[in-house]
Design a protein around this ligand. Structure first.
Ligand code: ATP
Ligand code: MG
Length: 365
């Protein structure tokens, strides 16, 4: 899968921009704050209809403008034109000039593996960040996953709100809580299965990558979940036991919304025992594993975005990573430090120089 071109209108610091990309490697260079990440963010937005940065979706709309537009041609088996229009309270998406009314019918079509310097902090970060990452990956593999997860979150919200009702009104019916709990467990079990299978797949690949990078065997990703090894009836018992506590706290203390993922190296939790370098190598292995899963399980070459990795990793490591990535994978690399980029990478790449929202292409010799 390749993105052949990108057209922006009022996206971040770009009033108007039109770029054509290399189906191989693309280097985006420029000083801090010039708009490098904004370009790869636009590609990401075209796939996910939202950014990987920030919580408010509207921040990508250029200041003092009403809407932002991102368009791009994606080459998969065929060429297709994708377009999204983002307004403050509205999103519109089109494929080949046809409006797509349900967002879930649009998502999962453009496949991206994103690797940012932020990801390198993933092991130290909160469970929520790790869940988000796996959710994004899984939703690209299965459209159904996203639908089930959305439903789960809806039921969870209803359950939490009903727990609060029960706290203030002791006479409120307990039957409704039971119905919500059953729904939650059923949806939760479906999510659990997706996650369990996905982690098993990841584990087929990350150990070999870690060995290539660090010369050590034994990296695994563990799936920590309240639902591990439990069936519906057993889970309902757990919720029953916790019911009074849940009512007092006004929140659901058990469920797949509490899931977490943990890297283990030779049996040791990398969060507690791993060095900075080991943690980074584990994340790199995970990212390389993601590409493998796309290739081997879906026969798709995802678009790879490496945003600002040079600020966190040394040149040797990055050039190493790049040698592991097959030439067929279209890659976008942003950096302030062109001097760190190897001669061969420069030679293989189309180079875009960004200065305050203006992009010029420069020769790669
Ligand atoms: N909604 C917006 N409207 C206009 N400009 C914006 C908007 N959001 C961000 N910007 C501008 O975009 C610029 C940041 O762009 P970007 O994050 O792409 O920088 P960068 O080149 O990746 O920098 P760094 O090397 O520091 O990562 C900032 O100057 C910021 O003011
Ligand atoms: Mg940046």
């Amino acid at each position: 899968m390749k993105i052949l071109n990108l057209k922006l209108l009022n996206f971040r610091n770009y009033e108007k921009l039109e770029l054509e990309f290399n189906p191989g490697k693309n280097l985006i260079i420029g000083q801090n704050g010039m708009g490098k990440t904004n370009i790869v963010e636009a590609i990401y937005c075209l796939a996910f209809t939202k950014s990987f940065r920030g919580s408010k979706e509207e921040v990508v709309i250029r200041q003092n403008c009403d809407l932002a537009r991102v368009e791009g041609t994606i080459l998969d088996t065929y060429e297709s034109k994708y377009r999204i229009i983002l307004k403050r309270n509205e999103k519109k998406v089109k494929i080949n000039n046809t409006n797509i009314n349900r967002l879930t019918d649009y998502l999962s079509k453009i496949n991206i593996v994103l690797f940012t310097s932020e990801d390198l902090k993933l092991i130290k970060d909160t469970p929520n960040t790790r869940r988000k990452l796996i959710n994004i990956e899984l939703s690209q593999f299965s459209n159904d996953y996203l639908k089930v997860l959305t439903l789960y979150n809806k039921v969870l919200k209803q359950r939490n709100s009903y727990l609060k009702t029960l706290y203030t009104n002791g006479n409120a019916s307990q039957d409704y809580l039971q119905i919500l709990t059953e729904q939650l467990v059923e949806l939760g079990l479906r999510i659990h299965k997706y996650r369990e299978e996905f982690i098993a797949k990841i584990n087929q690949y990350i150990e070999k990558h870690y060995f290539k990078i660090a010369g050590i065997h034994g990296l695994t990703l563990l799936y920590k979940s309240d639902y591990n090894n439990l069936g519906k009836e057993e889970l309902l018992q757990v919720y029953k036991k916790e019911k009074n506590r849940d009512i007092i706290l006004g929140t659901t203390s058990t469920g797949i919304h509490r899931d977490d993922y943990e890297f283990s190296l030779e049996g040791n939790n990398l969060k507690d025992y791993g060095s900075e370098g080991e943690q980074k190598n584990a994340i790199i292995s995970l990212k390389l594993g993601e590409i493998d899963i796309f290739k081997n399980e879906k026969e798709i070459e995802p678009i790879l975005i490496l945003d600002d990795l040079f600020s966190e990793l040394d040149e040797e490591k990055i050039n190493n990573i790049l040698t592991f990535i097959h030439d067929d994978i279209q890659t976008f690399i942003t950096t302030t430090e062109l001097n760190k980029v190897s001669v061969s990478l420069k030679k293989d790449s189309r180079i875009f120089e960004v200065e305050n929202g203006t992009v010029t292409e420069r020769g790669n010799q």
